[in-house]
Design a protein around this ligand. Structure first.
Ligand SMILES: [Zn+2]
Length: 271
């Protein structure tokens, strides 16, 4: 299967899963479905090739996570494919828990930094680059996400915040949340290694997080509320992501993302 040339990608998470994104979204044309690609890390998850306002994008569900495949491999399969496709701009989304006391379920956050507490290994493709993780969440894409979020959402939108990444699948213990407190605002499981892999392939990457529960020990939370958000907000999250693609140029970048990837000085190891 030949990998198509595409500028944009959306890595779906729990926010869009229940909507069968991007089917039934206005202005979206599904060009191809069930695209699987052979990668050095195993067969890729299913991609959809879609178009919105004439702009093509690839999308996959739930960060590519499947049973029997490690999350590290899922991410590498996705980003290996993105590199081959020439993807320049990547958006991801997902539900998160709170660490910051001020946050509530249904708040939106566009994180501007992260704290990787995961212990996942093999989070690179081939290590040819030194990856400087300054402004790792693309400032230009974040601004576009904020503008789009304001168009579709009347609730609270936080335009910066620190995303702590844990391994999962389980949520965090009260002691873990207490330890992270003061260091991050939200907690989730998908931002890393995606953020590293995006930098490695020279693409811009930004994330739209929405709060689905309180961190353990912060406040008591309800599974019912989480379930309602999962089903109710899928259209909203999808609309915001699509609006960003509509209003973002693939090539005219004002950000520094690409220049923060340098040739490695450790050539002997990786050549
Ligand atoms: Zn960028």
């Amino acid at each position: 299967m030949n990998i198509p040339n595409v500028d944009f990608a959306i890595i779906g998470g729990s926010g869009t899963l229940s909507s069968n994104f991007p089917k039934n979204f206005a202005d979206v044309e599904i060009l191809e479905e069930n695209l699987f690609f052979d990668t050095p890390y195993g067969k890729s998850p299913a991609f959809r090739l879609c178009s919105v306002d004439g702009k093509k994008f690839l999308t996959c569900k739930m960060h590519g996570w499947r049973s029997g495949v490690t999350r590290a491999d899922s991410s590498r399969q996705i980003f290996w494919t993105f590199r081959k496709a020439g993807i320049k701009r990547i958006l991801s989304e997902g539900g998160v828990g709170t660490i910051n006391h001020l946050l509530n379920p249904r708040d939106l956050m566009i994180p501007d930094d992260y704290l990787d507490m995961s212990t996942r290994k093999d989070v690179q493709l081939d290590g040819k680059y030194l990856l400087i993780m300054r402004e790792a969440l693309c400032p230009e894409l974040r601004k576009k996400l904020l503008t789009a979020a304001k168009k579709f959402f009347n609730g609270r939108i936080f335009e910066r915040g620190i995303y702590a990444v844990t391994d999962g699948r389980h949520f965090e213990s009260p002691a873990e949340i207490a330890m992270i407190k003061g260091h991050a605002d939200i907690v989730g499981q998908s931002l890393a290694p995606e953020v590293y892999l995006a930098r490695e392939i020279g693409a811009c990457y930004a994330n739209l997080s929405f709060v689905v529960n309180y961190g353990e020990g912060i406040r008591v939370w309800s599974h019912e509320v989480m379930k309602n958000i999962f089903f109710d907000d899928a259209q909203l999250i999808g609309n915001i992501l699509l609006d960003v693609i509509k209003n973002t140029a693939a090539d005219k970048k004002s950000c520094q993302c690409l220049s923060l990837r340098k040739e490695t000085l450790l050539k002997e190891i990786y050549d």
